[in-house]
Design a protein around this ligand. Structure first.
Ligand SMILES: [Zn+2]
Length: 52
């Protein structure tokens, strides 16, 4: 049982960012630090290659 510390609100923000990156970014890697939309915690977005 792996304990994942990412809060649900942060997970939603990460998933939304990944969707935006997948749909609109053409240059990789994408390295961003974005605040969670709800709790404002800084989230590290790291996408090293274009996702499937
Ligand atoms: Zn959050």
């Amino acid at each position: 049982m792996a304990e994942e510390q990412t809060k649900a609100c942060c997970q939603r923000t990460i998933e939304r960012m990944l969707r935006v990156i997948r749909e609109s970014y053409v240059s990789f890697p994408v390295i961003k630090d974005v605040p969670c939309e709800e709790c404002k915690e800084i989230l590290a977005i790291r996408v090293y290659a274009k996702p499937e």
